[in-house]
Design a binder for this molecule. Structure first.
Ligand code: G3P
Ligand code: CA
Length: 254
């Protein structure tokens, strides 16, 4: 209807705080997730791995060295040992009390408060991680919840297929890197049999790819946006949301 079209260039994308609002607080800590909520992000994105004693914990690298004062593999330490580490000082001294959060702690504080994009990080290293994440979500009553969304994603597509079987009610996403620029229609259709989202590196996004993804009934949240100009461009290409260190970049035109 004439007069109801939005002003050109304005609109809103779903804003997903990558590892929390990680431009403003140390990634994958409660401080970064709280910042994401404070900045009115739609989702926080978290990376899930397992401790030596099999507890789901939130950290990006499979080693401790970059984001904590520990060293070596995440999987070599029990939860008790991981909890002794400082996960914030590398970002700023004022964050020295930040610990590696458990999945349970994150679901307890943020479940129902903000949507959560759960990445199964390197699930090939952690047999059984899909079942553990599924039971944590069930324990926190986040399956079939109408309050906020949970989406589970991974670069490991076999893991996503498995997770979708465990949690058919939860939307799932396949992450794809730069080497998927020439993805075939057949592959897109195959993804659509178990995934609801295809989340690519933003470098490979074109208008045509967005349309093809939408045509098979999936949505697209590209990663990882670190400039407003990149967010603006992706908005024009028609993506559904952006995974970004700067949640405010999704407010196009504001
Ligand atoms: O959410 C997608 C994005 O997080 C994937 O890359 O390496 O930051 O986990 P990475
Ligand atoms: Ca991630």
């Amino acid at each position: 209807v004439e007069g109801t079209m939005p002003e050109e260039g304005r609109g809103e994308l779903i804003s997903i705080s990558h590892r929390g609002a990680s431009a403003y607080a140390p990634e994958n800590t409660l401080a970064a997730f709280r910042k994401g909520v404070e900045m009115h992000s739609d989702f926080i994105e978290i990376d899930v791995q397992l401790s030596k004693d099999g507890v789901p914990v939130i950290i990006h690298d499979d080693t401790l060295d970059r984001t904590t004062d520990g060293e070596g593999s995440v999987s070599a330490y029990t939860l008790k040992e991981l909890k002794c580490l400082d996960a914030g000082s590398w970002f700023g001294e004022e964050y020295s009390n930040e610990r590696i959060p458990t999945l349970d702690e994150v679901l307890e504080e943020f479940g129902g408060k903000i949507s959560i994009l759960v990445e199964l990080k390197s699930p090939e290293l952690y047999p059984g991680v899909e079942e553990k994440v599924a039971s944590a979500l069930k324990d926190h009553h986040l399956v079939n919840s109408t309050k906020n969304d949970i989406i589970i994603q991974s670069f490991n597509h076999a893991s996503i297929q498995k997770s979708k079987e465990l949690l058919p009610e939860i939307p799932h996403g396949v992450l794809v890197g730069n080497n998927w620029a020439n993805i075939s229609d057949r592959q897109l259709e195959e993804f659509a049999t178990y995934a609801d989202y295809i989340n690519p590196n933003f470098n490979i996004v074109t208008k045509e790819l967005v349309e093809r993804v939408h045509n098979v009934g999936m949505k697209m949240y590209p990663y990882t946006i670190k400039k407003q100009s990149e967010a603006d461009k992706l908005y024009r290409l028609g993506v559904d949301g952006i995974i970004t260190d700067y949640p405010e970049y999704a407010d196009i035109g504001e």
